[in-house]
Write a protein that binds this ligand. Sequence first.
Ligand code: MN
Length: 743
Amino acid sequence: MALLQGEVYEAYRSELLKRYRILLTSLGKDQPKDKIKTVRAAFDLAAKAHAGTLRKSGEPYIFHPLAVAQIAVGELGLGVTSAVCALLHDVVEDTEITLEDIEHKFGPKVAQIIDGLTKISTVFENVDKDTSIQAENFKKMLLTLGEDLRVILIKLCDRLHNMRTLGSVSENTKLKIASETMYIYAPLAHRLGLNAIKVELEDLAFKFTDPLMYKDISVKLAETKNARQRYIREFIDPLKEELESAGLNISEIKGRPKSIYSIAQKMQKQHIPFEEVYDGFAIRVIVDSPLHLEKADCWKVYSIVSDMYRSHSSRLRDWLSHPKSNGYSALHTTVLGPKGRWVEVQIRSKRMDDIAERGLAAHWRYKAGSNEPLANTPQDDAFDNWLNAVKETLTNNDLSALDLVSEFRTSLLGEEIYLFTPKGDVKALSNGATALDFAFNIHTEVGKKCIGAKVNNKLVPLHHVLKNGDIVEILTTQKDRVTRDWLEIVKTARAKSKIREALKAERTKKATQGKLLMERLFRKHNLVWNDQTLGKFLKHFHYHVGAEFYHSVAEGHIRLTRQILFDILEKKSPDSTLKISPKSAGTAAKKKQPAIVIGEDYELPYSLAKCCNPVPGDGIFGFVTVGEGIKIHRTNCPNATRLLSQYGYRVIPANWRGDGYQKSFETMISIRGIDDVGIVSRVTEIISKDMEVNMRGINIEANDDGTFDGKIRVMIYDLLHLEQLMDKIKATHKYIEVSREDQ
Ligand code: MN
């Protein structure tokens, strides 16, 4: 310890050395020499870099990174790389050492993790700034989730050590750090399956946020300790005997008092005094079984327990068949113990117990060290799904940092329910999830096209809240149906971010439509739509960006008469009475020139085929008939394949004229939906009044099952016009399908 010179260090040298040796021991005796050398190099570098700095408690700063490394290795079971990173976690931020120095000495992996840790500024630095800065930091931290999970694990170790040594900062700072720990770090530890850390963080935070209650409960726990231990022994001893005589290899049976925080929660929620919190402890039975027998052995234990003590029938929780997505698996049951007290018994294997306390860190260790195929366990999938959902939420820039933190927190705390697809696949969703959440969980495209669901074979709306064990079948339509209201319907972060994305894409699409409409309008008047004219319109209608203006145009919010148009352009209108808004364009459709060019000929007569009713924008071809002249068909006309293949010599190329958007065309749309009062009149009103489209015929029939089918022949202007009309009709009702009829 040549580095720790000077009087201040003299007092600490032997203590520091002792703790460093403990760290090495925790890493394991069989570490190769070069690994030990790396740890030593990291320790020396950190000690040197932090030399002269003291913690608030007065001890040299190096004690902090050393303690963080000890938690990472000793309590989480992480390895050498994590130890090195923990030792170095504050050097880049607080000292002269640069990230390049770290990379040069310890390689890219360590540098990457340190970089992640440095991006998360320490809370101590930011506690006096406002919350949004905290949230920004938190967002940065979450972004590192995707890079290497060790960043977040070491950050939690860092936070835990800071909480353990929180005594020496100001009262105000304590409160802020404790609240933040309770709000986000404890749930995060819970979600990662780090139960021991979660419980300790909660208790430590509670100690600072409610010191009186904390003291009250801990004193009472101490007072009742003997009585409790007597009771636990009374419960355990005969059970142990039974289990062992049944040939089970019991690793441990213990009674563990519940955490102070969870007792406090129970007292507050149920308004009861400490004495009435009967399940102040849980009995844990841990069996030592090989992997392929562990579930069966757990059930054996369960059957013996419930033979000995009457069990509470509704209190069996089976996380053996479906582990929680944080990796937790066990059997929980509640039985009537001696003296008529209800006792919770948790049954799990040694492996499960390790995972329960140390979370995914332990799970991955088992996976790496196991010869048995453990390739993709349900908890891996569930965890991956959650992680992906978190990443999606994070990359959504529309979300403010504060929203993000609260949404992330919801995703951390959510209890899970298990649902089934009709094929029997299991999906884990957070409690409170709706049918629409389920649809987005299956696939984004399924979500976007969802119109309802069948839950246990009963038809339900999108906002239906699912229950554990439901069998859910999603009903979809052909087209996307995403609306802003959906954000209120869904509960999961994944669905929310997918809906936001879709809304954004929809806006972009609308803006493109709006631009096309403007170009078309201008073309009609032999004018050119360009950036300069756009600028004039933005100014006139008070828009800042083109996209917003185009969106309003496409939505029909902006009505452009010929007069307005020419006024804006400061030109004299040739005819100031005629309206030429895009809406009325379809009706102002008398024209002299044919809209279609046959071959190179602009004058050749033609007629539109009745089988497919082509409209401008459709791909078309001409077909020379016997006696009826040239017929124009859509290239995707149901008859096209036959005509093109059998009578190829009678087919002639045809195109819409570039300036041919002047005529209206007849086409047929079909609508289907759930019968609702006034739906038909609303649809026809949209067609005739709102869109000013001529209807040539309408036929709507009600079916026995409460749905209706209809066909409407309309005169429309081109493909875009048709799509707008169909969108408007779709918007009239939640459950309406609109499509273009082929025949
Ligand atoms: Mn730190």
